[in-house]
Design a binder for this molecule. Sequence first.
Ligand code: IPE
Ligand code: IPE
Ligand code: MG
Length: 241
Amino acid sequence: MIEKTETTPTIKELVALSGLRHIAFIMDGNGRWATAKHLSREAGHKAGADVFKKIVRYCKSIGIECCTVYAFSTENWNRPKPEVEAIMGLLEKYAVEADAEKDISFHFIGDKTPLSSSMREKLEKLERTTADRPYILNIALNYGGRAEIVNAVNKILADGKTEVTEADISAALYTGHCPDPDLVVRTGKELRISNFLLWQSAYTEYYFSEKMWPEMTADDIDEAVRSFAGRKRRWGGLDKA
Ligand code: IPE
Ligand code: IPE
Ligand code: MG
């Protein structure tokens, strides 16, 4: 008689089995987390930046090939100047340290032109020096999904095309170097996409967490992976019998 044994797959196995290659994060809730602790919003962003580093390392360790994080939107310029400066300061500092993150290739997606020239140089240097590494980290900075599509169409027009295909647009987006996200995780209790990866997320799965971003842990990522692995993606078709 053959004995039936059941083993629970590990998270790494679930990532591989479910075809989860690209996770994107809307890292929301830094401000509310800080306010609840009687801290400044800037302190919330600092805590959020520390958690972001841990989450990215964890995703790599479980076999995720590509992560995208929403760090600053085209609409976030509407915030008070000290808060904007604090976020930019954290990102500029990170751009200098990040070279030490093993095996990660950095891509800043978004419009870099309004950034200071010293910041732009740091971001571009990091992109250049890490270009050949295997894991992709896209940091969405001054990013907006609509602006990205407009930028892509203008690029295509500048190349002299008078008709565009879906493939042309996908290739001209800031994310032309990676697959579409399989899963978008948003923290901070809001149930919206806030102009994030509009084109790329046509068939993406969503996972919304009640936690504020600075509270996110590896266990929460495991939970999101389990949720993803339990879903059936149909892309408009029918389940395979
Ligand atoms: C996300 O946290 C980080 C950025 C948008 C830069 P928030 O700063 O939006 O935090 P809440 O939503 O106000 O709590
Ligand atoms: C989305 O969060 C942008 C980032 C996480 C960088 P927001 O806090 O800006 O989104 P809304 O304003 O609540 O939609
Ligand atoms: Mg927010």
